[in-house]
Design a protein around this ligand. Structure first.
Ligand SMILES: [Zn+2]
Length: 115
């Protein structure tokens, strides 16, 4: 999984195509994410004790991870990312367009360190 909570992503398909927003939730098993304001649906609520008015509740539904691209914090474009080892054996994400690092993926492991 190359997308994490609080990343900024751009939606590349569907109704919300072109929208840039923050990732609120990541579901690793389903390969789905919830993006702020994207794929919003109205849930109709019955009147109840908790919600005496009833009415509509707006809620974001998960979308497939393949429908978004990460927005690179360095070049500002929606990009594909890769992972690469650093000298100390830790792994980082990087932008495949400009090469900038976008956050650490895994901690340092001496076995993978470059000599
Ligand atoms: Zn970039």
């Amino acid at each position: 999984m190359h997308i994490r909570v609080d990343d900024t992503v751009q939606v590349i398909t569907g109704e919300d195509r072109g929208t840039r927003a923050r990732v609120l939730k990541v579901d690793l098993d389903e390969q789905k994410i919830v993006v702020e304001g994207v794929n919003r649906v109205y849930k109709h609520m019955r009147r109840s004790q908790k919600n005496p008015q009833g009415g509509r509740l707006s809620k974001e539904m998960p979308i497939s991870i393949s429908n978004v691209l990460l927005v690179c914090s360095a070049c500002g474009r929606p990009v594909r990312t890769g992972a690469r080892y650093r000298n100390d054996g830790s792994k980082e994400r990087y932008c495949k367009k400009c090469g900038a690092e976008i956050g650490q993926v895994s901690p340092a492991r001496p076995a993978y360190a470059k000599k």
